[in-house]
Design a protein around this ligand. Structure first.
Ligand code: IMP
Ligand code: MG
Length: 178
């Protein structure tokens, strides 16, 4: 099967406007407090880069990467970082920056791992929420867009490492065989 990104589901202008709205709310909520943005690689990298530059307050940033379990996630499996945070998390106000919450397993595992490091607070900022697909409940304190149940690419999100560079979000479409 061959695939290609379809027309924008969310345009670059719509993304930029929403990122600035989120940044305004986050800046208000965290005013006067320490803020550590924890960007989940690789998908959230572009969102993080725009979000942190739109904040109206100082913040620090660090990066984590999680093993992806996809649909076969077993709640009994041990969640694992493929890259852990470099900075100490104890006592910090952590704002996780994610590309998309799908089944919710990655986010639920990540929050559990972070809680063990005794931060002051943990919140989630996700650009996209594929709410229909949720299997485990996981809070999203700051959500960019709720999207329908479709595989999307662009603005950091990939299909087999392709299409992360697109400035917009598109549904991945399958092409008829020639
Ligand atoms: P979850 O654990 O099912 O919530 O999935 C989380 C991860 O799956 C995301 O951080 C993405 O890396 C990946 N993912 C889920 N849906 C999509 C999609 O539509 N496009 C690209 N990646 C996706
Ligand atoms: Mg991800």
């Amino acid at each position: 099967m061959r695939y290609r990104p379809g027309k924008p589901l969310i345009t670059a202008a719509e993304i930029q406007a929403r990122v600035h709205e989120l940044a305004t709310v986050i800046s208000r909520d965290y005013a006067g407090r320490d803020l550590l943005l924890l960007c989940v690689l690789k998908g959230a990298a572009i969102f993080w880069a725009d979000l942190c530059r739109a904040l109206r307050m100082p913040c620090q940033s660090d990066f984590v990467a999680m093993e992806s379990y996809g649909d076969s996630t077993s709640p009994l499996e041990e969640p694992r970082f493929t890259k852990a945070a470099d900075v100490a998390l104890s006592g910090r106000n952590i704002l996780i920056v994610e590309d998309i919450i799908d089944t919710g397993h990655t986010s639920a595992h990540l929050r559990e791992l972070l809680r063990a490091a005794s931060p002051s607070s943990i919140a989630m900022c996700a650009l996209l929420d594929k709410a229909e697909r949720r299997q485990v409940a996981t809070p999203i304190e700051y959500c960019g867009f709720v999207i329908p149940n479709a595989f999307v690419v662009g603005y950091g999100l990939d299909f087999a490492q392709d299409y992360r560079h697109l400035p917009y979000i598109a549904v991945l479409e399958s092409l008829p065989e020639p």
